[in-house]
Design a binder for this molecule. Structure first.
Ligand SMILES: NC(=O)c1ccc[n+]([C@@H]2O[C@H](COP(=O)([O-])OP(=O)(O)OC[C@H]3O[C@@H](n4cnc5c(N)ncnc54)[C@H](OP(=O)(O)O)[C@@H]3O)[C@@H](O)[C@H]2O)c1
Length: 352
Protein backbone atom coordinates (compact mmCIF):
# COMPACT_ATOMS: atom_id res chain seq x y z
CA UNK A 1 0.00 0.00 0.00
CA UNK A 2 1.29 3.47 -0.88
CA UNK A 3 1.00 6.37 1.60
CA UNK A 4 0.42 9.62 -0.26
CA UNK A 5 2.16 11.72 2.42
CA UNK A 6 5.13 9.37 2.67
CA UNK A 7 8.55 9.32 1.06
CA UNK A 8 9.96 7.15 -1.69
CA UNK A 9 13.00 5.54 -0.08
CA UNK A 10 15.78 3.73 -1.96
CA UNK A 11 18.28 1.39 -0.30
CA UNK A 12 21.35 0.33 -2.24
CA UNK A 13 22.80 -2.71 -0.47
CA UNK A 14 19.51 -3.62 1.22
CA UNK A 15 20.49 -7.29 1.57
CA UNK A 16 23.74 -6.66 3.47
CA UNK A 17 24.51 -6.56 7.20
CA UNK A 18 23.80 -2.83 7.45
CA UNK A 19 20.99 -2.79 4.88
CA UNK A 20 18.87 -5.29 6.79
CA UNK A 21 19.31 -3.31 10.05
CA UNK A 22 18.40 -0.12 8.23
CA UNK A 23 15.13 -1.58 6.95
CA UNK A 24 14.22 -2.86 10.43
CA UNK A 25 14.93 0.61 11.91
CA UNK A 26 12.89 2.46 9.27
CA UNK A 27 9.99 0.18 10.15
CA UNK A 28 10.33 0.25 13.95
CA UNK A 29 10.87 4.05 14.05
CA UNK A 30 7.83 4.62 11.79
CA UNK A 31 9.77 6.49 9.13
CA UNK A 32 7.03 7.69 6.75
CA UNK A 33 7.54 5.49 3.71
CA UNK A 34 5.20 5.61 0.72
CA UNK A 35 7.34 3.14 -1.20
CA UNK A 36 10.50 1.21 -0.43
CA UNK A 37 12.91 0.46 -3.29
CA UNK A 38 15.57 -2.02 -2.11
CA UNK A 39 18.51 -3.09 -4.30
CA UNK A 40 21.18 -5.77 -4.04
CA UNK A 41 24.10 -6.75 -6.24
CA UNK A 42 21.69 -8.76 -8.39
CA UNK A 43 24.15 -11.66 -8.43
CA UNK A 44 21.48 -13.98 -7.01
CA UNK A 45 17.70 -13.60 -6.53
CA UNK A 46 17.27 -11.61 -3.31
CA UNK A 47 14.50 -10.18 -1.21
CA UNK A 48 14.01 -8.38 2.10
CA UNK A 49 11.18 -8.35 4.66
CA UNK A 50 9.37 -5.07 5.27
CA UNK A 51 6.14 -4.64 7.27
CA UNK A 52 5.41 -8.35 7.08
CA UNK A 53 5.84 -8.50 3.30
CA UNK A 54 8.56 -9.99 1.15
CA UNK A 55 9.92 -7.35 -1.23
CA UNK A 56 12.26 -8.23 -4.12
CA UNK A 57 15.70 -6.62 -4.06
CA UNK A 58 16.92 -6.69 -7.66
CA UNK A 59 20.29 -5.55 -9.00
CA UNK A 60 20.87 -1.81 -8.95
CA UNK A 61 19.34 0.28 -11.73
CA UNK A 62 19.57 4.06 -11.77
CA UNK A 63 16.15 5.13 -13.02
CA UNK A 64 14.08 3.98 -10.01
CA UNK A 65 16.57 5.77 -7.72
CA UNK A 66 16.19 9.14 -9.42
CA UNK A 67 12.50 9.21 -8.45
CA UNK A 68 13.31 8.64 -4.75
CA UNK A 69 13.17 11.37 -2.10
CA UNK A 70 16.04 9.81 -0.15
CA UNK A 71 18.47 7.01 -0.98
CA UNK A 72 20.61 5.19 1.57
CA UNK A 73 23.86 3.73 0.20
CA UNK A 74 24.97 0.74 2.28
CA UNK A 75 26.94 -1.22 -0.31
CA UNK A 76 30.56 -0.31 -1.06
CA UNK A 77 32.85 2.64 -1.75
CA UNK A 78 32.86 1.82 -5.48
CA UNK A 79 29.06 1.65 -5.82
CA UNK A 80 28.63 4.89 -3.85
CA UNK A 81 31.27 6.69 -5.94
CA UNK A 82 29.57 5.64 -9.14
CA UNK A 83 25.97 6.57 -8.26
CA UNK A 84 25.67 8.83 -5.21
CA UNK A 85 27.00 12.21 -6.50
CA UNK A 86 24.77 12.27 -9.60
CA UNK A 87 21.69 11.41 -7.54
CA UNK A 88 22.43 14.18 -5.04
CA UNK A 89 23.00 16.60 -7.93
CA UNK A 90 19.46 15.77 -9.11
CA UNK A 91 18.05 16.78 -5.74
CA UNK A 92 17.75 13.35 -4.09
CA UNK A 93 18.88 13.31 -0.44
CA UNK A 94 21.67 10.74 -0.48
CA UNK A 95 23.07 9.28 2.75
CA UNK A 96 26.17 7.16 2.28
CA UNK A 97 27.59 4.71 4.80
CA UNK A 98 30.73 3.93 2.83
CA UNK A 99 34.10 5.65 3.19
CA UNK A 100 33.93 7.14 -0.32
CA UNK A 101 33.15 10.78 0.57
CA UNK A 102 33.75 11.10 4.31
CA UNK A 103 36.86 13.24 4.05
CA UNK A 104 35.78 15.45 1.16
CA UNK A 105 35.64 19.04 2.41
CA UNK A 106 32.17 20.12 1.28
CA UNK A 107 30.46 16.83 2.07
CA UNK A 108 29.02 16.82 5.60
CA UNK A 109 30.19 13.92 7.78
CA UNK A 110 27.53 13.78 10.44
CA UNK A 111 26.67 12.21 13.77
CA UNK A 112 23.48 14.07 14.70
CA UNK A 113 24.18 14.17 18.48
CA UNK A 114 27.66 15.56 17.83
CA UNK A 115 27.63 17.86 14.79
CA UNK A 116 24.15 18.20 13.27
CA UNK A 117 25.16 21.81 12.53
CA UNK A 118 27.28 20.48 9.65
CA UNK A 119 24.10 19.66 7.68
CA UNK A 120 23.18 22.15 4.94
CA UNK A 121 19.96 22.42 2.92
CA UNK A 122 21.95 22.58 -0.32
CA UNK A 123 24.35 19.68 0.41
CA UNK A 124 22.31 16.64 -0.49
CA UNK A 125 25.12 14.10 -0.31
CA UNK A 126 25.87 13.29 3.34
CA UNK A 127 28.39 10.81 4.74
CA UNK A 128 27.83 8.65 7.79
CA UNK A 129 31.10 7.93 9.62
CA UNK A 130 33.23 4.88 10.35
CA UNK A 131 31.70 2.52 12.91
CA UNK A 132 34.81 2.38 15.13
CA UNK A 133 35.21 6.13 15.26
CA UNK A 134 31.53 6.75 16.03
CA UNK A 135 31.68 5.31 19.57
CA UNK A 136 34.58 7.58 20.49
CA UNK A 137 33.17 10.64 18.70
CA UNK A 138 29.93 10.34 20.69
CA UNK A 139 31.56 9.43 24.02
CA UNK A 140 34.14 12.24 23.95
CA UNK A 141 31.96 14.97 22.41
CA UNK A 142 31.08 16.90 25.59
CA UNK A 143 34.55 16.44 27.13
CA UNK A 144 35.98 17.84 23.90
CA UNK A 145 33.51 20.75 23.80
CA UNK A 146 33.86 21.74 27.49
CA UNK A 147 37.48 20.91 28.31
CA UNK A 148 39.21 20.22 24.97
CA UNK A 149 40.77 16.92 23.93
CA UNK A 150 44.28 17.31 22.55
CA UNK A 151 45.27 13.70 21.87
CA UNK A 152 43.67 10.27 21.71
CA UNK A 153 45.27 6.85 21.97
CA UNK A 154 42.96 4.02 21.06
CA UNK A 155 42.93 0.23 20.80
CA UNK A 156 39.85 -1.23 19.11
CA UNK A 157 38.28 -4.67 19.45
CA UNK A 158 36.14 -4.87 16.33
CA UNK A 159 33.46 -7.45 15.62
CA UNK A 160 33.37 -9.52 12.46
CA UNK A 161 30.05 -8.08 11.20
CA UNK A 162 31.99 -4.84 10.72
CA UNK A 163 33.63 -6.50 7.72
CA UNK A 164 30.29 -7.44 6.11
CA UNK A 165 28.29 -10.62 5.73
CA UNK A 166 30.94 -12.62 3.86
CA UNK A 167 33.35 -12.25 6.81
CA UNK A 168 30.66 -13.20 9.32
CA UNK A 169 29.65 -16.33 7.43
CA UNK A 170 33.30 -17.27 7.11
CA UNK A 171 33.74 -16.99 10.89
CA UNK A 172 30.68 -19.20 11.50
CA UNK A 173 32.04 -21.85 9.14
CA UNK A 174 35.47 -21.73 10.79
CA UNK A 175 33.86 -22.30 14.20
CA UNK A 176 31.69 -25.14 12.95
CA UNK A 177 34.71 -26.90 11.45
CA UNK A 178 36.44 -26.55 14.85
CA UNK A 179 33.39 -27.59 16.85
CA UNK A 180 35.09 -30.09 19.19
CA UNK A 181 37.55 -27.91 21.06
CA UNK A 182 37.50 -29.66 24.43
CA UNK A 183 40.95 -30.32 25.88
CA UNK A 184 42.32 -33.74 24.94
CA UNK A 185 42.79 -36.60 27.45
CA UNK A 186 46.01 -35.03 28.69
CA UNK A 187 44.08 -31.81 29.62
CA UNK A 188 46.29 -29.56 27.49
CA UNK A 189 44.81 -26.59 25.57
CA UNK A 190 44.47 -27.20 21.82
CA UNK A 191 47.05 -25.61 19.48
CA UNK A 192 45.25 -24.51 16.32
CA UNK A 193 48.02 -23.07 14.16
CA UNK A 194 47.50 -19.96 12.01
CA UNK A 195 44.65 -21.38 9.90
CA UNK A 196 43.51 -19.99 6.56
CA UNK A 197 40.99 -17.39 5.49
CA UNK A 198 39.73 -15.88 2.25
CA UNK A 199 37.80 -12.80 3.49
CA UNK A 200 39.78 -11.50 6.49
CA UNK A 201 43.60 -11.38 6.46
CA UNK A 202 43.87 -14.33 8.92
CA UNK A 203 41.56 -16.99 10.35
CA UNK A 204 39.37 -15.20 12.92
CA UNK A 205 37.90 -18.12 14.92
CA UNK A 206 39.54 -18.22 18.40
CA UNK A 207 41.87 -15.44 17.24
CA UNK A 208 42.60 -11.67 17.20
CA UNK A 209 43.91 -9.93 14.06
CA UNK A 210 45.76 -6.60 14.33
CA UNK A 211 44.88 -5.65 10.77
CA UNK A 212 41.65 -3.97 9.64
CA UNK A 213 42.03 -2.90 6.01
CA UNK A 214 45.26 -2.50 4.08
CA UNK A 215 48.50 -1.21 5.60
CA UNK A 216 49.81 2.14 4.35
CA UNK A 217 53.44 3.19 3.92
CA UNK A 218 53.45 4.54 7.51
CA UNK A 219 52.53 1.10 8.90
CA UNK A 220 49.01 2.11 9.93
CA UNK A 221 46.02 0.19 8.52
CA UNK A 222 43.38 1.99 6.46
CA UNK A 223 40.94 1.62 9.39
CA UNK A 224 43.41 3.29 11.76
CA UNK A 225 43.97 6.16 9.34
CA UNK A 226 40.20 6.59 8.76
CA UNK A 227 39.45 6.74 12.49
CA UNK A 228 42.01 9.51 13.02
CA UNK A 229 41.01 11.63 10.02
CA UNK A 230 37.25 11.28 10.56
CA UNK A 231 37.51 12.13 14.26
CA UNK A 232 39.37 15.36 13.40
CA UNK A 233 36.61 16.28 10.91
CA UNK A 234 33.65 15.45 13.19
CA UNK A 235 35.10 17.30 16.19
CA UNK A 236 36.42 20.15 13.97
CA UNK A 237 39.82 19.51 15.56
CA UNK A 238 42.43 19.57 12.77
CA UNK A 239 45.33 19.48 15.26
CA UNK A 240 44.02 16.54 17.31
CA UNK A 241 46.72 13.86 17.72
CA UNK A 242 45.36 10.33 17.27
CA UNK A 243 47.13 6.97 17.40
CA UNK A 244 45.05 3.83 16.83
CA UNK A 245 45.66 0.08 16.87
CA UNK A 246 42.62 -1.54 15.23
CA UNK A 247 42.09 -5.22 16.01
CA UNK A 248 39.48 -7.64 14.65
CA UNK A 249 38.16 -10.03 17.30
CA UNK A 250 35.71 -12.92 16.94
CA UNK A 251 32.63 -11.18 18.33
CA UNK A 252 29.56 -11.12 16.06
CA UNK A 253 28.41 -7.52 16.53
CA UNK A 254 29.54 -4.64 18.74
CA UNK A 255 32.86 -2.78 18.59
CA UNK A 256 34.74 -2.05 21.83
CA UNK A 257 37.44 0.56 22.39
CA UNK A 258 40.06 1.17 25.05
CA UNK A 259 40.67 4.92 24.87
CA UNK A 260 43.16 7.23 26.56
CA UNK A 261 42.18 10.90 26.22
CA UNK A 262 44.64 13.74 26.82
CA UNK A 263 42.72 16.83 27.90
CA UNK A 264 43.65 20.49 27.60
CA UNK A 265 43.65 20.76 31.42
CA UNK A 266 43.34 18.37 34.38
CA UNK A 267 39.85 17.53 35.63
CA UNK A 268 38.68 15.43 38.53
CA UNK A 269 37.13 12.05 37.88
CA UNK A 270 33.91 13.36 39.44
CA UNK A 271 33.77 16.21 36.90
CA UNK A 272 34.58 13.83 34.04
CA UNK A 273 31.80 11.52 35.21
CA UNK A 274 29.35 14.45 35.27
CA UNK A 275 30.30 15.53 31.74
CA UNK A 276 30.04 11.96 30.41
CA UNK A 277 26.63 11.59 32.10
CA UNK A 278 25.45 14.71 30.26
CA UNK A 279 26.72 13.51 26.86
CA UNK A 280 23.87 12.99 24.35
CA UNK A 281 23.67 9.42 23.03
CA UNK A 282 25.99 8.02 25.75
CA UNK A 283 25.13 5.71 28.65
CA UNK A 284 27.79 5.63 31.38
CA UNK A 285 27.98 2.50 33.52
CA UNK A 286 28.16 2.86 37.27
CA UNK A 287 31.61 2.29 38.82
CA UNK A 288 32.59 -1.38 38.73
CA UNK A 289 30.31 -2.15 35.80
CA UNK A 290 31.08 -1.97 32.06
CA UNK A 291 29.56 -2.70 28.64
CA UNK A 292 30.76 -5.53 26.37
CA UNK A 293 30.14 -6.20 22.66
CA UNK A 294 27.51 -8.75 23.66
CA UNK A 295 25.75 -6.47 26.12
CA UNK A 296 25.46 -3.62 23.56
CA UNK A 297 24.36 -5.82 20.62
CA UNK A 298 21.00 -4.68 19.23
CA UNK A 299 21.02 -1.49 21.35
CA UNK A 300 21.03 2.07 20.05
CA UNK A 301 23.22 4.14 22.43
CA UNK A 302 26.97 4.23 22.84
CA UNK A 303 28.01 2.79 26.22
CA UNK A 304 31.08 3.58 28.34
CA UNK A 305 32.55 2.43 31.62
CA UNK A 306 35.78 1.89 33.57
CA UNK A 307 36.54 5.62 33.76
CA UNK A 308 39.98 6.04 35.33
CA UNK A 309 42.73 8.59 35.75
CA UNK A 310 45.50 8.04 33.19
CA UNK A 311 49.27 8.30 33.66
CA UNK A 312 49.20 12.09 34.11
CA UNK A 313 46.53 14.41 35.61
CA UNK A 314 45.39 15.49 32.14
CA UNK A 315 44.78 11.92 30.95
CA UNK A 316 41.55 9.89 31.29
CA UNK A 317 41.17 6.21 30.45
CA UNK A 318 37.80 4.94 29.27
CA UNK A 319 36.23 1.75 27.87
CA UNK A 320 33.58 2.29 25.15
CA UNK A 321 31.30 -0.16 23.30
CA UNK A 322 28.56 0.29 20.70
CA UNK A 323 26.74 -1.76 18.09
CA UNK A 324 28.66 -1.22 14.85
CA UNK A 325 25.62 -2.12 12.73
CA UNK A 326 23.32 0.31 14.59
CA UNK A 327 24.94 3.51 15.92
CA UNK A 328 28.03 2.66 13.87
CA UNK A 329 26.06 2.52 10.61
CA UNK A 330 22.31 2.03 10.02
CA UNK A 331 20.97 3.94 13.04
CA UNK A 332 23.21 6.93 12.42
CA UNK A 333 22.03 7.14 8.79
CA UNK A 334 18.38 6.92 9.85
CA UNK A 335 18.95 9.61 12.50
CA UNK A 336 20.44 11.85 9.79
CA UNK A 337 17.31 11.33 7.67
CA UNK A 338 15.09 12.03 10.70
CA UNK A 339 17.00 15.26 11.34
CA UNK A 340 16.51 16.31 7.69
CA UNK A 341 12.76 15.71 8.12
CA UNK A 342 12.70 17.67 11.39
CA UNK A 343 14.19 20.62 9.55
CA UNK A 344 11.58 20.32 6.78
CA UNK A 345 14.30 19.65 4.17
CA UNK A 346 13.41 16.02 3.42
CA UNK A 347 9.87 15.85 2.07
CA UNK A 348 8.14 14.37 -1.00
CA UNK A 349 9.68 16.07 -4.02
CA UNK A 350 7.43 17.85 -6.50
CA UNK A 351 7.28 16.14 -9.91
CA UNK A 352 9.47 13.21 -8.83
N1 LIG B 1 29.25 -3.55 8.72
C1 LIG B 1 29.46 -2.47 9.46
O1 LIG B 1 29.58 -2.54 10.70
C2 LIG B 1 29.57 -1.12 8.80
C3 LIG B 1 29.68 0.02 9.61
C4 LIG B 1 29.80 1.29 9.01
C5 LIG B 1 29.79 1.38 7.65
N2 LIG B 1 29.68 0.26 6.88
C6 LIG B 1 29.65 0.42 5.43
O2 LIG B 1 28.33 0.06 4.99
C7 LIG B 1 28.42 -0.55 3.71
C8 LIG B 1 27.73 -1.92 3.76
O3 LIG B 1 28.43 -2.76 4.68
P1 LIG B 1 27.86 -4.20 5.06
O4 LIG B 1 28.66 -4.62 6.23
O5 LIG B 1 26.39 -4.18 5.15
O6 LIG B 1 28.32 -5.05 3.78
P2 LIG B 1 27.73 -6.46 3.27
O7 LIG B 1 27.10 -7.19 4.37
O8 LIG B 1 28.84 -7.08 2.51
O9 LIG B 1 26.57 -6.02 2.24
C9 LIG B 1 26.87 -5.36 1.04
C10 LIG B 1 25.58 -5.02 0.32
O10 LIG B 1 25.90 -4.36 -0.92
C11 LIG B 1 25.30 -5.08 -1.99
N3 LIG B 1 26.10 -4.94 -3.21
C12 LIG B 1 27.29 -5.50 -3.49
N4 LIG B 1 27.70 -5.13 -4.72
C13 LIG B 1 26.72 -4.32 -5.21
C14 LIG B 1 26.53 -3.65 -6.44
N5 LIG B 1 27.43 -3.70 -7.43
N6 LIG B 1 25.41 -2.91 -6.63
C15 LIG B 1 24.47 -2.83 -5.64
N7 LIG B 1 24.59 -3.46 -4.45
C16 LIG B 1 25.71 -4.19 -4.24
C17 LIG B 1 25.20 -6.51 -1.50
O11 LIG B 1 24.25 -7.24 -2.27
P3 LIG B 1 24.22 -8.86 -2.27
O12 LIG B 1 23.42 -9.26 -1.05
O13 LIG B 1 23.52 -9.18 -3.54
O14 LIG B 1 25.64 -9.33 -2.21
C18 LIG B 1 24.74 -6.26 -0.06
O15 LIG B 1 23.38 -5.90 -0.05
C19 LIG B 1 29.90 -0.59 3.34
O16 LIG B 1 30.20 0.56 2.57
C20 LIG B 1 30.60 -0.51 4.69
O17 LIG B 1 31.88 0.06 4.60
C21 LIG B 1 29.56 -0.99 7.42
Amino acid sequence: MRRTDGLIVGIVGATGMVGRELIALLESRHFPIAELRPFSSGLSPSSIRFKGLTVKAPGLSTLPLTACDVVFFVSSDAVARKHAPSLAARGVWTIDDSAAFRLIKNIPLVIPEVNAAALRADRRLISSPNCTMTGLAVAGAVLHRDIGIRAVRLASYQSVSGAGKAALFEMFSQYSSLSDMRPGHDGRAPVLGAGTSSVLPRAIAYNAIPQVGRFGADGYSSEETKVAAELRKIWSAPKLKVSVTAVRVPSIRGHALAAWLTLARPITLARARTLLSQTPGLVLSRAGNYPTPRSVGGKNPVYAGRLRQGLVPTELALWIASDNLLKGAALNSVQVAEELRRRGWLKPRKGR
